[in-house]
Structures are given as structure tokens and as C-alpha cells.
Design a protein around this ligand. Structure first.
Ligand SMILES: Nc1nc2c(ncn2[C@@H]2O[C@H](COP(=O)(O)OP(=O)(O)OP(=O)(O)O)[C@@H](O)[C@H]2O)c(=O)[nH]1
Length: 819
């Protein structure tokens, strides 16, 4: 039956990939290298794992739906492989004529040359080696039906009308298989629409029987077979045309009419390649809608189903394939995506705020979805949609930590910026605290919201409300801190103001101690405090301070102001200054008379009484100094002690405030110190007394008046000499003129005092020198050693040292009397 052998390559090893040029069509227009073929299903009925790779090599992996698949069925050695090689330029093995043995075993696949067509060469039926075993025939028919758009049924012309030779057994199997497939998928409406083309190629057509007659004969046979089949429920009245389209082609004898054979094969080829032809074979409705990249998996699972004799549910298979492929595609898209976005992790972990994070995240996610859509959208729509959602969710959950990290960093950045800008503004002059804080707060919240919105991707449930609330809280906390700081600063400023305002009146009042001394000081203090309180209240308004805060701040302000007054009083009443003040008060009473004129002690003056009065009056000032107590009770100041209110007491316990005891703060110095100061003052006063006494002694020791007469008599001739000498006389005139000028310019007083001072100095130096010369040392009183800070004490010391031992003793006796 078979024609003369073209080549023989024997049986291929399982899953081998082979290339052959032996069966290239003679009329092949281009010398293109034939495609390699693969053994899709081997003799052991195992599906090849290399189909994916083969598709890649055939450059069909990315073809999507842009490919076609056909299979050839027919009896063994009926020139199937020869026909396919001629039609499609494939490289299937052709039987070696001399050996006459089965060539094609299992199912082979090859890409058509110059076309996106996958061709399957199926092992011939009625296989001698397989004997009567119909198992593989049925399986391969089922497999071909499930996958191919067009089944080429190859037969000799003389087989038409015969049951066995015309493959009627095989066709019966095909119809049964198809009904089985339909039954499984009957719930799916689209199943009915899927038709398969059965293209009958009648070989060795001599031409005696026209094609029309052959067609009728075959169709009558096919209908008979169809009718004989038991139909599933609901399909009892279905015809063979419901599921199949039929085409009939005749080819002349290959060996007897080779030219005609070749030209008709070439013509038939165009029906497979030229989609513009009316009789184009690969019409879209036959396509099984399996994307090329999913074809290996689909065919494998179909074969697995066929092998395990399970009901072949094509729609379910398509769904399963869609799931498998969508997962694969999603995983590939996700792997690229994960690699792209991992660069965000490190900077976000180190606290950076990435400027284009939102855009970049969106772009990477978009690319992943795009990659997925491109490959997966061809698969089962429902599965694709579901898997797309899954992928989107996975992408979003991968990006979510970046979103949260960025929000956290944004929060920190905005808070830091808010703090810095508020502090910066507060460093300036003439600011309104509440305006500064509210405007910076607004800016901070807007900055956060803008940043957060920029990274919030659509199709996510991401939200930043919590972070936004936290940010508000943080900003408000900082504002509160700043307000507390500002309030503190303001209280300090006001305190300084109070300190300045009370300093001078305090110094003045304490320097001139009078009965109303404390009244003056407290009036000044109260005025300063009132001024301070109103200054605080004015500023506090701009700080939006609460009533409670105001009460607390004013209380602090009063206490601190009082303490600064107390500090001033303490400063002015340290021992040395207080003694100085007492000394001054004493001097005012003792050394000056009622009119304020300095006293020049004369022997008949009652020094003792004056001294006693001045001393007692001065000592009476000590109790006045010792306690802050105004004459007028209304001028008394009263502040609560820390022990008086619970809040302050607990603040003292916590160490936040210092203890403040107002009644204790009214005491300037204790009784003990008062006694000490009295004693010290007494000694100082005694020195004044001694000085006064000495000055009377020195006035007693003055030159007698008759001595001036003696001097005048003895100096007469010198007087005449002056008058008679032009030099002396001129000198006299100059001196007289100078004296007149002094008198005229009213400078007598200053000149006299200068002269007196000079005289005293000369007198002192002379006395000292004389004392040294005559070696008559007199012990120096201890209190004078301390009192030599002033010029008056220096004067006193010089006076004392110039006195005789007798005078010193006399003075001591006088003192004892006074005591
Ligand atoms: N008479 C005739 N012989 C042909 C024709 N085409 C091929 N042959 C011969 O038939 C024999 C079998 O050819 P194959 O192409 O191997 O047939 P096959 O159906 O693929 O065989 P298996 O794969 O073994 O089932 C070869 O010797 C061919 O030379 C034809 O059109 N007419």
C-alpha cells in the first residue's frame, strides 16, 4: 500500500529531538532548515518534559494564541508522515519501503516551516505491532481531539466505503470521545460552540470516482456511525455537524503522478497558511484558546487525564491550566518586582524619607501587573481575574512595610522640622507664640499629609489616619514643651525686671534706715510685682496658657520675685555693709550737729552724752533691720508658703520646687547675729569716741596767743626786708593777687580745704617720723586694724598713734566710765 520509501531512520529513542531533511517537500520554495521534531508521547506512553524548551527553540513560546495545531490520524503506513512533511515542511520519519515496518510510534510534534503551525504525527491505527489493542488508538484520538483544531484523516481512495480500511473504527472512537468530552462540559455553554474540523485527505485518487461521490459515501458512513452511538442526555437529537465540520480533499498518486501530487499538495498547503482564503483551514472558531506558553502544561495534563482514564473535562483542564500558568506568571512577575523593590528597604530602615517612593512603588507594581496581564490575560478569564487580585494583594502586602516605614520616617522628620522651625522663630524678636505655633503646626500637618498621600497607592486599603493622629499628638506635645519653656523664660525675664525695679529703692531705703524703711521697700516691691503680673498676663494670652497654668506661673513669679528681693536685702545686710551703714548712721548723729554741720570738739563739749545718744539711736536700728516689718500693716506682703498648698508641697517632695517658708523669709537676721553686730558696732563707735576725745586734747595743746606777739616783734625786720626788696615785694604782690583771685572766684573754701589736707598730711608724716625717731611705740587697738578701709579710719589711726601713753590711759578710763 505504501509508496516507495523516501528514507528510513528507524525508531527514535524516547523523547528524542531529531532533525531530518529527507522529507522536505520537493517544491519547498526556500532552503530553510527544517524544524526539529520531538517525540511528544513515547512508546511507553510518557509525555515529554522537553516540550517547553522545544517551543522556545521554535520561537513559539510567546506566540500567545498566534499559533495553530493540527494532527494527522489514519491507518499505519498510509503516507501520513510523507504528507505532513510535504505540506508543512516538517521532518517526520517516513517508512523505509524495503522493511515495510511501522515508522511512527507514539506521537511526534514538529513546527511547520515558515508558519506558526504545530503538527502532530500520530501513530497509525491498526498497528501491526500493537495487534488488536485499541487502547493507544483511543487515547491518541482523545488527546488529538482535545488539543488540535484540525484532524487530518488520511486514507486511500480504495478504502472509502470499507469499514476497517476507511478508519471507520477510528472515527467511531473520535465521535465517542467527543461526546464524552461534551458530556463532561455540558454545563458550560461555550463547549457546544467548539467545533473540530475533520479534514479527510483521500490519497491515490485516480479520478474515476469524483470527489463529490467520495464525500457522500464517507458522510453516509459517518452519519451511520454517529447514529449508532448512544448519546448522552440532552444530545439525543444532535447531529454529527453539531460538533464537527467536514472537509474532503483528494490527492493523486504520489509515485504515478508526482507532479500533480506535488502541485496539489502545494495548493493544499496554502489552505493552511493563507488566512484570506475562504476555505482557510485554521478558522478562529476551531482554536482551543490555549496560549502557547501554557500548551506544554495543558497537553501534559490532558495526556495524564487520558492515561488515568478519568473523564476528560476540557473546561476544567483549561481552568486548571489557567491556575497553573497564572501562578507561574504571577510568580515570575513577583520575583522581578521583589528584586526591584528591595532597594527601598535599607534607606527606610535607616530613617530616610524617600522622595519618589510613591511613584516608584506604583511603577514597580504597575510593571508587575502589566507583565502578568500580558501573559495571563489569555487564560481562563475568571481564573485570570482571581489570580490578578491575588497578585495585587501580594504586591501590596510587599509594599505595605515600605509605606509604613516611610510614614514613620515622615512622622519623625516632620516632628523634627516642626521643633526646629518653632525654636528658630522663637529665637527672633516680637513674635506671637500662638501664631508661630499654629502656623508651624499647620505646615507640619500639611507636609505629612502631602507625603503620606504621595505614597498611598490606589487599589490598596492603606490608611495613615492613625499616624496622622499620632503626629498631631507629637506636635502638640512639642508645642506644650515650647510653651512651658517660653513661660519659664518669660517668668525669668519678668523676675529680672522685678529685681531691677526693687534693687534701687531697696538699696536706698536700707542705706538711710528710718522707721518706714520697710514700707518704702514693700511699696516698691508691690508696685514691681503688679507690673510683673500684668506683663505676664499680657504674654500668657498669646501662649494660650490655661487658667491652671497661669495660677501656677504667677505663684512661681511671686515667690521668685520675693526671693530676689530677699537676696537684695541679704546682699545689703551682710556684716560688713550693715556695719558700714550703722557706722554712717552713727557718724551722722555723732560727728554732725542737728543742722548737719561737722562738729569740732572743744574741751567744754559734752561728748559723753552726745556719744551715748548717737550710739543708742544707732543700736536701735538693728531690730529694724532684723525683720521685714512695715509700719503700715496694709503694706505687708503675704505669700503662701510651699507647705500651705498641697500641689506645691508635693512638688517640693518630688524635688521640682524648692521649699519656701514665707514667715521665715521675713526674718533678715537672727537674734544672735543681732547681738554680734551690736558688739561689733559698739567697738567701732568707741573708736569714734576716742577720736573725739583726742581731738579735744590736741586743741588743748595749741600754741598760746602771746607767742604770736613775740613772733610779730621778732619778724618786724623781715617784714621791712620784704617791703624793701623788689623781688620779695613782687612775690608779695603776686601772692596778694592770687589771694584776691581766690577770694574773687569764691574758691577760698576749696583752697583752704586743700591746704588743710596738705597740712594734715604733713603733720601726720612728721608725727610718724618723730615717733619712729624717738622710739615710743604705742600698741594699736584691734578694732582699728579692721576699720582701716576708709580714709576716716586712717585718720583716726594716725590720731591715736600720735597720742601719748598718758592720753591713751586717760581715754581708757573714760571708756570704762561710759560703759
Ligand atoms: N502509493 C502511495 N504511496 C505513498 C504515498 N505517500 C507515501 N507513500 C509511501 O507510503 C509509505 C509509508 O509512508 P509513510 O509516510 O511512512 O506512512 P505513514 O502513514 O507515516 O506510516 P507510519 O508512520 O508507519 O504509520 C512510504 O513508503 C511512502 O513512500 C502516496 O501518496 N501514494
Amino acid at each position: 500500500m505504501a509508496a516507495a520509501p523516501l528514507s528510513s531512520s528507524g525508531t527514535a529513542a524516547p523523547f528524542t529531538t531529531q532533525t531530518s531533511t529527507a522529507a522536505l517537500p520537493d517544491s519547498s520554495p526556500a532552503p530553510v532548515a527544517p524544524s526539529e521534531r520531538i517525540q511528544l508521547i513515547d512508546e511507553e506512553q510518557k509525555f515529554t518534559p522537553t516540550m517547553g524548551e522545544a517551543l522556545r527553540r521554535w520561537q513559539l513560546e510567546d506566540a500567545g494564541f498566534g499559533y495553530d495545531l493540527c494532527a494527522v490520524l489514519g491507518s499505519q503506513s498510509t503516507g501520513k508522515s510523507t504528507l505532513l512533511n510535504k505540506l508543512f515542511g516538517t521532518s517526520f520519519d517516513v517508512m523505509d519501503e524495503s522493511r515495510r515496518q511501522q515508522t511512527t510510534k507514539g506521537i511526534w510534534m514538529c513546527r511547520g516551516q515558515g508558519m506558526n503551525v504545530l503538527v502532530m504525527d500520530v501513530e497509525g491505527t491498526d498497528g501491526r505491532e500493537r495487534g488488536e489493542d485499541q487502547d493507544f488508538e483511543r487515547k491518541s484520538a482523545l488527546f488529538s481531539m482535545a488539543s488540535a483544531e484540525c484532524l487530518i484523516v488520511n486514507m486511500w481512495e480504495h478504502q472509502v466505503g470499507l469499514y476497517q480500511g476507511a478508519n471507520m473504527g477510528l472515527l467511531k472512537t473520535v465521535f465517542e470521545v467527543n461526546l464524552g468530552l461534551f458530556q463532561a462540559g455540558k454545563s458550560r455553554s461555550h463547549a457546544a460552540k467548539e467545533k473540530t474540523l475533520l479534514c479527510f485527505v483521500i490519497r491515490d485518487h485516480i479520478g474515476a470516482t469524483p470527489l463529490e461521490n467520495l464525500r457522500n459515501t464517507l458522510m453516509a458512513d459517518l452519519r451511520r456511525i454517529w447514529d449508532s452511538l448512544s448519546k448522552p442526555e440532552g444530545l439525543e437529537s444532535s447531529t454529527i455537524e453539531t460538533f464537527f465540520d467536514f472537509d474532503f480533499v483528494t490527492l493523486p498518486h504520489k509515485l504515478l503522478q508526482p507532479t500533480e501530487f506535488d502541485s496539489q499538495v502545494a495548493s493544499l498547503r496554502t489552505r493552511f497558511t493563507d488566512s484570506s482564503r475562504k476555505d482557510f483551514i485554521f478558522r478562529p472558531e476551531y482554536h482551543k484558546r490555549i496560549p502557547a506558553d501554557g500548551l506544554p502544561h495543558y497537553l501534559e495534563s490532558i495526556w495524564e487525564q487520558v492515561q488515568t482514564n478519568k473523564d476528560l473535562d476540557l473546561p476544567t483542564q483549561q481552568e486548571l491550566l489557567a491556575q497553573f500558568r497564572c501562578d507561574e506568571i504571577a510568580n515570575a512577575a513577583f520575583a522581578t518586582f521583589a528584586n526591584d523593590v528591595k532597594v527601598f528597604r535599607r534607606p527606610l530602615e535607616t530613617g530616610e524619607v524617600l522622595a519618589d517612593l510613591g511613584t516608584l512603588m506604583g511603577a514597580h507594581r504597575g510593571k508587575a501587573i502589566e507583565d502578568f496581564d500580558k501573559a495571563a490575560s489569555r487564560y481562563h478569564a475568571e481564573v485570570y481575574k482571581r489570580k490578578r487580585l491575588d497578585l495585587l494583594e501580594k504586591l501590596n502586602s510587599t509594599l505595605s512595610p515600605f509605606f509604613l516605614g516611610q510614614l514613620k520616617n515622615l512622622h519623625k522628620k516632620v516632628v523634627a522640622f516642626f521643633r526646629a522651625s518653632v525654636l528658630e522663630k522663637l529665637r527672633g524678636e516680637n513674635y506671637d507664640f500662638s501664631t508661630v505655633v499654629s502656623s508651624e503646626r499647620k505646615k507640619a500637618l500639611i507636609a505629612f499629609e502631602t507625603g503620606a498621600t504621595a505614597i498611598k497607592l490606589k487599589d490598596t486599603d492603606w490608611a495613615y489616619d492613625d499616624e496622622y493622629e499620632q503626629l498631631k499628638q507629637s506636635v502638640d506635645d512639642i508645642a506644650d514643651q515650647c510653651r512651658a519653656e517660653e513661660t519659664k523664660k518669660m517668668v525669668l525675664q519678668i523676675e529680672r525686671m522685678v529685681k531691677k525695679d526693687v534693687a534701687e529703692p531697696t538699696e536706698l531705703a536700707l542705706a538711710r534706715p528710718k522707721a518706714d524703711m520697710w514700707d518704702q521697700i514693700l511699696v516698691a516691691f508691690t508696685e514691681a510685682l503688679e507690673k510683673a503680673e500684668s506683663a505676664y498676663m499680657k504674654k500668657a494670652r498669646s501662649f494660650n496658657c490655661t487658667e491652671e497654668e497661669n495660677v501656677r506661673a504667677l505663684r512661681t513669679l511671686k515667690r521668685r520675685s520675693w526671693l530676689s528681693l530677699r537676696a537684695k536685702i541679704d546682699e545689703q545686710t551682710v556684716d560688713s555693709i550693715l556695719i558700714n551703714k550703722l557706722r554712717t548712721a552713727f557718724e551722722d548723729r555723732f560727728r554732725y550737729d542737728e543742722e548737719g554741720v561737722p562738729r569740732v570738739w572743744r574741751p567744754d563739749d559734752d561728748i559723753d552724752t552726745i556719744f551715748r545718744k548717737a550710739r543708742d539711736e544707732t543700736l536701735a536700728l538693728l531690730p529694724l533691720y532684723s525683720k521685714i516689718k512695715p509700719q503700715e500693716p496694709s503694706r505687708e506682703v503675704s505669700l503662701p508658703s510651699t507647705a500651705d498648698d498641697a500641689e506645691s508641697a508635693s512638688a517640693v517632695e518630688r524635688g521640682e520646687e524648692e521649699e519656701f517658708d514665707f514667715p521665715a523669709s521675713l526674718v533678715v537676721f537672727s537674734e544672735t547675729r543681732k547681738v554680734e553686730l551690736g558688739n561689733r558696732f559698739r567697738k567701732e563707735a568707741d573708736a569714734y569716741y576716742v577720736e573725739a576725745k583726742r581731738s579735744t586734747v590736741s586743741s588743748i595743746a595749741q600754741i598760746p596767743y602771746w607767742m604770736y606777739g613775740v613772733i610779730a616783734v621778732l619778724g618786724w625786720n623781715e617784714f621791712i626786708a620784704v617791703l624793701s626788696s623788689p623781688i620779695y615785694f613782687a612775690t608779695l604782690i603776686v601772692l596778694a593777687g592770687t589771694a584776691y583771685m581766690i577770694w574773687y572766684l569764691n574758691m577760698t573754701g576749696p583752697v583752704l580745704s586743700v591746704g588743710r589736707a596738705m597740712g594734715r598730711e604733713v603733720h601726720r608724716v612728721t608725727d610718724a617720723k618723730l615717733r619712729e625717731h624717738f622710739s615710743q611705740p604705742v600698741p594699736q587697738p584691734a578694732f582699728l586694724a579692721e576699720g582701716n578701709r576708709t580714709a576716716s579710719s586712717t585718720q583716726r589711726r594716725s590720731n591715736v598713734t600720735t597720742g601719748s601713753v598718758d592720753q591713751g590711759e586717760e581715754i581708757e578710763l573714760q571708756e570704762k566710765k561710759l560703759e
